[in-house]
Design a protein around this ligand. Sequence first.
Ligand code: COA
Length: 179
Amino acid sequence: MAEICPETPADEPEVEALYDLCFAPGRTALSSYRLREGVARVAPLCLVLRSEDGILKAAIRYWPVRVADQPVLLLGPIAVHPTAQGEGLGALLMRDSLARARDLGWSRVLLVGDAPYYNRFGFAKLEDVEMPPPTNPDRVLGLELVAGAWVGVGGEVERAPEDARRAAPAGECVTIPEP
Ligand SMILES: CC(C)(COP(=O)(O)OP(=O)(O)OC[C@H]1O[C@@H](n2cnc3c(N)ncnc32)[C@H](O)[C@@H]1OP(=O)(O)O)[C@@H](O)C(=O)NCCC(=O)NCCS
């Protein structure tokens, strides 16, 4: 069995180490990090997946951003430990976190990533949404958690204002059969 839990401060060093392992050096210099700097994460949606022996296998984080003054969830980073990739853990974290996001009342999600992977979760290219340069527009993908939530919402992605923080319950752990 494995467990998906909200990330706690005690998890943070391991999560950062996992991201360092999975992404190229300089990941925090990416344009998407300018939207995250100094902005609190959406804590109940930042999840860690540990195997029964407590080993961190995967992690996902979300930040709040704004497009056309509308609240948007920025998904990422998501990473699965190289020794566990391709076993469905990424999909488990995607589906679990998106269900939590829907339950918390979020309507739309944005990410920068490979469409061939994220299409399976319902993400599609956002034609009218601009990430800070340099971002390949083909990698700017969106998902509607509420039907029509991206219709008419376009323009530059902006940092969330201070009051974007939502009081939300921390969320619970779920136990899952390990793939
Ligand atoms: C991308 C990632 C999160 C996927 O998680 P995972 O647990 O390995 O993937 P899953 O087991 O859920 O899905 C595996 C499937 O996704 C496909 N896939 C994985 N990464 C892909 C990518 N970048 N583009 C297209 N397809 C991809 C695999 O080929 C496999 O396809 P199949 O189902 O047809 O065999 C993980 O591989 C990872 O951490 N990669 C390094 C960090 C990274 O690139 N993060 C995403 C940034 S956008």
